[in-house]
Design a protein around this ligand. Structure first.
Ligand code: CP3
Length: 355
């Protein structure tokens, strides 16, 4: 059913969607736009649905996954849906004792800090996440010509939650292992890359037409260390996914100095946060890649004239890229006004139509 995976066949409406065209650096009728974290706390209908249902439980119920993924599609004219789940869902599915605490994030009961701890990271089998398969299949049917983006956490970000036991400002234990116990680090990162590959394959097999690897916290690593300790693992993830022919997006926060390496790791699209203007990002990323980004999510709290001016600036700089997918530089902030997001989508479409 994945016509995006068969570029040689008759392309069909899905493959001709502006989002997939831009990812493939082909001409587009308008610049496509979607928002990281477009489903979730900015939407009152989300809060109502989630009342009394813990986050991880909602991620294991196909009916809720489908409904929450579709909520932003009804409000905004975005060009892609992002699967409702979380980067720690595959870890939970293989039996890691963890929870997502509201206002905090993922918390791990028994952090992994030695070779014995690695044993908890068994491989992920498709049968561990039947609700993901069911929800993706349902969504692909509902979405029709609109692409569904599958996703997984990047290995550094997953390692950091597992080693620290929760969110961390300085990643000191994570880096202590990366610098001090490189063999243990590589074994941990290898297992996490396998889990990410398996989780992405489940989503692609069920019909996802693109994937994004969220290595959100990898921006804390210096380029040399990224090349030595992260890139080999992320590179393997992208290499394993290449065979399916779906665009691969690679995103992290504060990764200005890593953009070139993140492209080298094998992504088709490099996600850029708001700190690096897109025309500068073009210079940092090797040719043959599209870019995604990068309006500061906090700009949405400024008067509309400012939002408009800044969005048009992102579009103008994005025109220097071989392909541009408009997005925020990180996820939608919880108190964002959904009406501003709706207006922003219309602005991006209208202002880019002549491209
Ligand atoms: O983008 C989407 O709309 C799809 C859903 C999605 C969620 N998490 C749902 C979620 C995606 C793509 C993620 C990815 C994710 N999860 C990342 C990478 C993206 C990023 O923001 O950098 C990270 C680092 C996580 C880990 C995580 N899960 C955090 C930091 C939090 C926030 C904790 C909080 O309450 O402040 C979560 C919980 C989470 N994941 C929520 C949602 C909608 C909020 C939980 C709730 O509504 O109860």
């Amino acid at each position: 059913p994945n016509d995006a995976a068969n570029p040689s066949d008759d392309p069909g409406p899905l493959a001709e969607s502006p989002f997939l065209l831009a990812c493939r650096r082909r001409p587009v009728p308008h610049t496509p736009v979607w928002f990281m974290r477009q489903a979730g706390r900015a939407l009152p209908e989300y809060l109502r649905l989630r009342e009394g249902v813990p986050m991880l439980e909602s991620c294991a119920r196909p009916d809720m996954i489908v409904e929450i993924t579709m909520q932003p599609m009804r409000r905004y004219g975005v060009d892609a849906a992002i699967f409702f789940s979380d980067i720690v869902v595959p870890l939970k599915a293989i039996g890691i004792d963890l929870d997502i605490k509201p206002g905090v994030g993922p918390v791990i009961a028994d952090p992994i800090r030695d070779a014995a701890g690695l044993e908890a990271l068994r491989p992920l089998e498709p049968g561990d996440v039947p609700y993901v398969t069911e929800a993706v299949q349902g969504l692909v049917g509902e979405l029709g010509a609109t692409p569904l983006i599958g996703f997984a956490g990047g290995p550094f970000t997953l390692a950091s939650y597992l080693i620290e036991g929760g969110p961390s400002k300085n990643q000191e234990r994570t880096k202590a292992m990366m610098y001090g116990e490189p063999e243990l680090w590589d074994r941990l990162m290898g297992r996490l890359a396998d889990i990410t590959i398996a989780f992405l394959k489940v989503q692609i097999a069920a019909g996802a037409s693109a994937i994004q690897v969220f290595d959100s916290w990898v921006g804390s690593v210096a380029p040399e260390d990224y090349r030595a300790s992260v890139l080999p693992h992320t590179g393997r993830i992208f290499a394993e996914i290449e065979q399916f022919g779906v665009p691969r997006i690679h995103f992290g926060v504060g990764t200005g100095e890593l953009l070139g390496l993140m492209g080298e790791a094998g992504a088709d699209v490099v996600g850029v946060d708001w700190r690096v203007p897109l025309d500068e990002a073009v210079r940092r990323v090797e040719p043959g890649k599209a870019l995604q980004g990068n309006l500061d999510p906090a700009v949405l709290f400024a008067p509309w004239e400012t939002v408009e001016r800044r969005a048009l600036d992102v579009l103008a700089r994005g025109r220097t890229a071989e392909g541009h997918v408009f997005n925020l530089g990180h996820g939608v902030l919880p108190s964002t006004n959904p009406d501003v997001l709706a207006r922003l989508v219309d602005l991006v479409h209208e202002a880019s139509t002549a491209r």
